[in-house]
Design a binder for this molecule. Structure first.
Ligand code: KIV
Ligand code: ZN
Length: 513
């Protein structure tokens, strides 16, 4: 019998700390449902004390999710821990994850606390958390740059205080695999009662080593890995869930552990997170990149045709790549539409929401005869990403683009219900349409990113556009999809402007604490 490797997903907490990746409550619930379907053990749903929005999202996820533990992050103080405890109250299984920094530089410069004070605070934090649940995790922030003797001391203290999981984060992505594994090995060997807790790892990817460090730690005895879908996360991101899970599964000859993950849900999860956050997946990304299973060279193709395992170590279908499945067409009815949404894990909150989505589906089916699951996901994402109060709406756009001529765009917008028109020339049709919108909005926002992806194959595919805008230090992503890529671009630009105006979109998740 192999040990179980606990998969702790922090896409909704650390992942959401990526610039512009903030999600609405509804989007977070959709991701949480997909994570549950994939059978992750623990979902870190947010940082409850950061804002009312974070608290509310965690609370709703705790009410919704039954088969995964729902966890909230808290600094090691009484208020954060009380908010975390309240937020996970409805959960079938809840966890509080509390942390304090343990490296000399963090203790001295950030906390301005002595090592003795840090140990005292950590012990108190475990006590406060245990008033809400026995399932308490402790993290020694910046453990990757902490002194091993001090780590042993604080870990011994928090085990005595009742922590059940101890996490050793490489917060700044500084470690090298053999060194990180050695830290885990020494902790397990030296800390009294080390066998009474689960040892966990949480690696950042600043040197591109997050997955390698996590796997080295598993070989040294760690039994929980903290990771995110597509490796999303602060700065260069976290260890990517799909790479960890598939490494352990594919190299079962090396790893003495197994996960309970339903790997066929990996690609759907990757697409969902990418669509919602507007972070595209690079084509050559392991496991979930569009080219991850594509063989280009003749020699490889010939080998795979003769015997698949000549060049393939995993099967595409095992991670959820399926042939693009035609699911619906223009004659499909409301019931077929609703039941397909349910099959891909989307439940709309009301009949009105269903009717609105069905009307959009019919519009799309008129332009594009074959509708795939990815189209449905985009259609619902578009709807869900729309803030409640939407000052800007696209009524009309017209773009002229001719060889040798300067492209020109005209747009008509509804601005708080009143019609406004703008026109502009631009370097290209998208540039012209953005400038025409700005003639009306005059937002002063800076465009940080424009990216476009075809959602499915075929020249009638919808283009999915992400626009990242920054204003007054706040960063938002706007998304839009349409079979006309200039319209998709206009929609995504307006979606980002609406988010900049909205008070119900959390602009700096966890950033204000
Ligand atoms: O990177 C880190 O140290 C963290 C902790 C809060 C676990 O995200
Ligand atoms: Zn982190």
């Amino acid at each position: 019998m192999k040990d179980q490797l606990i998969i702790f997903d922090t896409t909704l907490r650390d992942g959401e700390q990526s610039p512009g990746a903030s999600m609405t409550k509804e989007e977070k619930i959709r991701v949480a449902r997909q994570l549950e379907k994939m059978r992750v053990n623990v979902i870190e749903a947010g940082f409850a004390a950061a804002s009312h929005g974070d608290f509310d999202a965690i609370h709703s996820i705790a009410q919704t999710i039954k088969d995964s533990t729902v966890c909230s992050l808290a600094r090691a103080n009484e208020n954060d821990i009380a908010r975390a405890g309240e937020s996970i109250k409805p959960a079938a299984s809840g966890r509080i994850h509390t942390f304090i920094a343990t490296s000399p530089i963090h203790m001295e410069k950030k906390l301005r606390m002595s090592p003795d004070q840090v140990v005292e605070q950590a012990i108190k934090a475990i006590g406060w958390a245990r008033q809400y649940t026995d399932n308490v995790e402790f993290s020694a922030e910046d453990a990757g740059r902490s002194e091993i003797d001090f780590l042993c001391r604080i870990c011994e203290a928090v085990i005595k205080a009742g922590a059940k999981t101890i996490n050793i984060p490489d917060t700044v992505g500084y470690n090298i695999p053999y060194q990180y594994a050695e830290t885990i090995r020494q902790l397990i060997e030296r800390v009294p009662n080390a066998d009474k807790v689960i040892w966990s790892v949480h690696c950042h990817n600043d040197l591109g080593l997050a997955v390698a460090n996590s796997l080295a730690a598993v070989l040294a005895g760690a039994r929980q890995v903290e990771c995110t879908i597509n490796g999303l996360g602060e700065r260069a991101g976290n260890a990517s869930l799909e790479e960890i899970v598939m490494a352990v599964k594919t190299r079962a000859d090396i790893f003495p552990v197994e996960t309970r993950i339903d790997t066929t849900q990996i690609v759907p999860a990757s697409k969902l997170v990418s669509q919602i956050t507007g972070y595209p997946v690079q084509p050559n990304k392991a496991i979930v990149g569009a080219n991850a299973f594509a063989h280009e060279s003749g020699i490889h193709q010939d080998g795979v045709l003769k015997h698949r395992e000549t060049y393939e170590i995993m099967r595409a279908e095992d991670v959820g790549w399926s042939q693009n499945k035609l699911v619906l067409g223009k004659h499909s009815g409301r019931n077929a539409f609703k039941s397909r949404l349910n099959e891909i894990g989307i439940e709309l909150s009301s009949d009105e929401a269903l009717n609105a989505a069905f009307a959009r589906f019919k519009d799309l089916a008129d332009k594009k005869h074959e509708i795939f699951d990815e189209d449905l996901q985009a259609l619902i994402s578009d709807e869900a990403a729309t803030p409640e109060h939407e000052p800007y709406k696209l009524i009309y756009s017209r773009v002229c683009s001719e060889t040798g001529e300067t492209p020109r765009a005209e747009v008509t917008l509804s601005v708080n219900g009143a019609e406004a028109k703008g026109e502009s020339e631009g370097g290209g049709p998208v540039d012209a349409v953005f400038k025409a919108i700005e003639r009306i909005a005059n937002s002063g926002a800076e465009l940080l990113l424009f990216s476009i992806n075809a959602i499915t194959t075929g020249t009638d595919a919808q283009g999915e556009v992400t626009v990242r805008l920054s204003k007054d230090g706040r960063i938002v992503n706007g998304n839009g999809a349409d079979t006309d890529i200039v319209v998709a671009s206009a929609k995504s630009y307006l979606n980002a402007l609406n988010k900049l105006h909205s008070t119900d979109v959390r602009l700096n998740p966890q950033g204000d604490v």
